[in-house]
Write a protein that binds this ligand. Structure first.
Ligand SMILES: C[S@@+](CC[C@H](N)C(=O)[O-])C[C@H]1O[C@@H](n2cnc3c(N)ncnc32)[C@H](O)[C@@H]1O
Length: 248
């Protein structure tokens, strides 16, 4: 888990300009809204939950969730994304409860996960109350493996809230322009498949629901590029939220 995925050239290259894309801000805000409504403890008992975010990118979700959580351990496979997040965290006004880590998640007992972002103490065997990821599952080659790892990273009674766009059929492929297909291993996640995989990984109280819908510019024809002005082609994409609990 502690080995950064240095082959992740696409996300390393995109990291510096990631926050300039209004679509990723919009999607992050909608995802956080969905997480807050499905995990009410974040609001009813603020600052009590330790969160692990997988595929945090530049920390758009992390920053929005930080006021509600005790700590947030933000993991991303692309060193460039983590470097961009670290710069944002270095400002005085930034949240102090986020800890960025460049890594691909595979080992729940990797010591990099043990550091408590608030106290800076290393707590062997540290586990989390909530695991989140947004727009990441469609990049993960083995969903069964990542779900098993997530399950092992949770405390008993802990939960996951994972959002991504839905594979609703062949048109879902238009979510990404042709030039940004690197690292895309599936065109969205499938409702029934996700629920089955989550149960197989050991989760209970599994629910996979539509979280929100979002309009997004798409290519008129494959490879044509996304036209951003009024004349551009747009499509509405459904996003799913995958919820599950690690039984006590
Ligand atoms: C589409 S971006 C989303 C970033 C961020 N969640 C956002 O919405 O702005 C997907 C991110 O997942 C990361 N990623 C892909 N596979 C990963 C893995 N196995 N572990 C951690 N991060 C991963 C990529 O490096 C990339 O930053």
């Amino acid at each position: 888990m502690s080995t950064p995925n240095i082959g992740n050239e696409r996300f390393n290259a995109e990291a510096a300009s990631w926050d300039q894309n209004p679509t990723v801000h919009k999607a992050s805000a909608l995802a956080v809204e969905a997480i807050l409504s499905h995990v009410p403890t974040l609001k009813t008992q603020p600052n009590t939950i330790d969160v692990l975010e997988i595929g945090c990118g530049t920390g758009l979700l992390s920053f929005l969730l930080a006021p509600y959580v005790r700590s947030l351990t933000a993991v991303d496979a692309a060193q460039g994304m983590i470097d961009a997040l670290a710069v944002k965290l270095s400002y005085d006004s930034s949240p102090q409860n986020i800890h960025p880590i460049a890594a691909s998640l595979s080992d729940p007992n990797d010591p990099v996960l043990f550091l408590d972002p608030l106290t800076k103490a290393s707590i062997p065997g540290r586990r989390f109350d909530l695991i989140i990821s947004h727009l990441v599952l469609h990049h993960i080659p083995s969903l069964p493996a990542i779900l098993r790892t997530m399950h092992r990273c949770l405390r008993e009674g802990g939960r996951v809230a994972l959002s991504d766009f839905e594979d609703f059929g062949p048109e879902a492929e238009r979510f990404h322009p042709q030039a940004r297909m690197e690292g895309v291993v599936r065109h969205g996640i499938k409702r029934t498949e996700m629920a089955e995989l989550m149960r197989d990984a050991g989760f209970v109280d599994v629910r996979v629901e539509t979280a929100f819908e979002m309009e997004k510019g798409v290519e008129k024809t494959p490879g044509a590029g996304v036209v951003k002005d009024e004349g551009g082609t747009k499509m509405v994409f459904p996003f799913l939220i995958c919820l599950g609990v690690k039984s006590r």
